[in-house]
Design a protein around this ligand. Structure first.
Ligand code: HEM
Ligand code: HEM
Length: 187
């Protein structure tokens, strides 16, 4: 198994980060919509109370920031494989842009979430065990700005990901050039 990317293949570390972030984001969206869809006394996702879901979403979200920092550092310090030959020039331009947007959005999500709950004085009860210190003075304006940034970026990510996944699936299923295999683990 190769750890690092080569000119023709993604290595194990890049693949691990790609799919770990995918799982974390899937978790964040599912838990967010569950916690926002119920009242305080109700439960969702197999019996979890709203407060527990909020604590889980905030805690995993903060861990996501660390993972994303490592991922970005890895990306900036290792080479990328050459473009897949079957990608057209327009597709390469589109990929170039959506990768930038995705990396920026990956940072905006946890940071805006943190600013929202800290400036709004809701705090973070880390995995329902430890109350994290709040270094940010209470500010209704900052909390509102951060909240709308969090919500807006969440929807932007869904749109950009639809383009990303659509492009990969078009190559995989219509052109049948095996583009997906480049990122699959154990391949
Ligand atoms: C990778 C990180 C994160 C992702 C992908 C994510 C995703 C989401 C999504 C999809 C929503 C629902 C947005 C909507 O209403 O349409 C949401 C809401 C929320 N998130 Fe996050 N989140 C992340 C990190 C965080 C962090 C670190 C915190 C706080 C420490 C946080 C706190 C919240 C709160 C409080 C809400 C409810 C907002 C409201 O009242 O409408 N999130 N998040
Ligand atoms: C949270 C969800 C996702 C994010 C943020 C994301 C982001 C990225 C990024 C930034 C890259 C460039 C390589 C890198 O820097 O790691 C990439 C490559 C890739 N992604 Fe995703 N991705 C996501 C989900 C998916 C899904 C669901 C699929 C499967 C359909 C997929 C398939 C691929 C493939 C095949 C490549 C390699 C393309 C190439 O040959 O260069 N991704 N992704």
């Amino acid at each position: 198994m190769r750890w690092k990317n080569t000119s023709t293949h993604y290595g194990a570390v890049t693949k691990m980060f790609h799919w770990l972030v995918f799982l974390i984001f899937a978790n964040q969206y599912i838990v967010a919509f569950a916690m926002l869809g119920i009242e305080q006394h109700e439960t969702a996702l197999g019996g979890f109370r709203q407060g527990t879901l909020y604590n889980w979403h905030k805690s995993i979200g903060l861990i996501a920031l660390l993972v994303i920092l490592f991922r970005y550092t890895w990306r900036k310090t290792t080479r990328l494989p050459n473009w897949a030959e079957t990608l057209t020039r327009t597709e390469r331009r589109i990929i170039h842009w959506y990768e930038r947007i995705l990396y920026i959005a990956m940072f905006i999500m946890p940071i805006s979430g943190y600013l929202y709950v800290m400036a709004g004085n809701y705090g973070v009860h880390f995995f329902s065990r430890v109350h994290l210190p709040n270094p940010i003075p209470q500010s209704e304006i900052l909390a509102a700005l951060a909240r709308w940034t969090h919500i807006g970026t969440a929807w932007l990510i869904l749109i950009v990901l639809a383009v990303h996944v659509g492009l990969v699936l078009k190559h995989q299923l219509i052109q049948r050039d095996g583009l997906l295999r480049r990122m699959l683990p154990f391949v």
